[in-house]
Write a protein that binds this ligand. Structure first.
Ligand SMILES: [Mn+2]
Length: 382
């Protein structure tokens, strides 16, 4: 197989008898497939095409799935695709992704033509998910000193890396010129860089590591590197995670949790004033994502978090449901069971995470699960 190859898929539809949701399995059982990271753009604006990762070729590469024709066209090839961080441009004309922790590549959706937008400097490694501004003219990214870097292929290494205090820098990359600007650099593990939608001057990032050890996870900083501020002052026992900007830029939402309870809170801060609000009490969801204006939120029920130091104190029963949280009438209901195993597969810690998000019309949610044996991608109607 190679670039431009079309793979036929046979979607499988079932109806959840408890909730009435129609669940469509988009990718076949024998393949290893996943959706991208939950806040990265994966649907074209019209909702007809979807960016996925699949090993239809020998490697895990990007493909553009056509939801009407039930086919997928191959966009990338060879080893080394970061299959979580890639995203479709705002203009729907390209995929942008990182290859071999080294090159930021643009792939034209029409002819799969590749162009290198940026190359990581010698002595550094490109890390994690890189996120564009709304106009898709820049990305924010994290780079780690190569002498400090290691492959994070288990949750043990995830914890170890935190204690190592790697040299990290938060950077912005101009996609036209490939020019890099360092916003902030420190001997502390940084992750989750985000441009606030429609406001390039506000950039968010996190202190990464076991959630119960990190004192303050979420931070914001001006694009020029000034005005670094805590997004939210966590209490002693509180862990925060999976922060994201509501796509209209109004708020940052995140999950807050404490030991010895399976209760979680969906919290937010106003993206401008940082005014804090508990939006909802909810079941043990790990990841959340909202619709455009933040009125609807989807979450994936989970078990004991793996990214904490005190697993015993945080031990809870597994919750296999996807939940729809409607913030306009404060209701929460299960959509369907995702039933994923959450297992690390071949050193990939994220592949069996559901990472749910809404389709552009808010009528379905997209998620990953290995319920049928191998990681696959699903849509469930609301
Ligand atoms: Mn995850």
């Amino acid at each position: 197989m190679s670039l431009g190859t079309t793979t036929s898929l046979a979607f499988k539809r079932t109806t959840d008898e408890k909730t009435g949701s129609i669940v469509t399995q988009l990718t076949p059982d024998s393949s290893v497939c996943n959706r991208n990271y939950f806040y990265q753009k994966c649907f074209t604006e019209d909702g007809n095409k979807l960016l996925i990762s699949a090993n239809f070729d020998t490697e895990r590469n990007y493909h553009l799935l056509d939801l009407h024709n039930e086919t997928a066209i191959q966009l990338t090839e060879g080893k080394g695709d970061n299959v979580f961080g890639g995203f479709l441009t705002t203009q729907d004309d390209a995929l942008i992704f990182v290859k071999n922790n080294k090159q930021l590549i643009r792939v034209d959706l029409k002819n799969q033509e590749h162009s290198v937008l940026y190359e990581v400097a010698k002595g550094w490694v490109g890390y994690g998910t890189w996120v564009p501004n709304s106009a898709c003219t820049k990305v924010v990214a994290i780079e780690i000193k190569d002498t400090d870097y290691m492959e994070l292929d288990s949750w043990q290494k995830f914890a170890q890396f935190y204690h190592q205090k790697p040299r990290c820098r938060l950077i912005s990359i101009d996609l036209k010129t490939g020019q890099r600007t360092t916003i902030f650099e420190e001997n502390i593990w940084l992750g989750h860089p985000l441009y606030r939608p429609n406001d390039d001057n506000t950039i968010a990032f996190c202190h990464e590591g076991p959630h119960d050890l990190v004192e303050t996870r979420m931070w914001m900083i001006d694009e020029k590197g000034d005005n670094m501020r805590k997004v939210y002052e966590q209490s002693e026992e509180e862990s925060c995670t999976h922060e994201f900007f509501v796509p209209d830029g109004s708020k940052m939402m995140f999950v807050s949790y404490r030991p010895n309870t399976n209760k979680r809170q969906l919290c937010s801060v106003d993206a401008q004033t940082l005014a804090f609000k508990v939006e909802a009490e909810m079941p043990a969801c790990s990841h959340l994502m909202s619709n455009y204006d933040g009125s609807l939120v989807v979450g994936d029920g989970s078990g004991t978090p793996v990214d904490v130091a005190d697993n015993t104190g945080h031990g809870i029963e597994n919750d296999p449901n996807l939940y729809l949280i409607n913030l306009s009438d404060a209701s929460i209901r299960p959509i369907t069971e995702h039933n994923t195993s959450w297992k690390v597969l071949n050193g990939d810690r994220q592949i069996n995470h559901p990472h749910p998000s809404f389709t552009p019309d808010d009528k379905s949610v997209l998620y990953s699960s290995d319920v049928n044996g191998t990681p696959a991608i699903y849509l469930a109607t609301l």
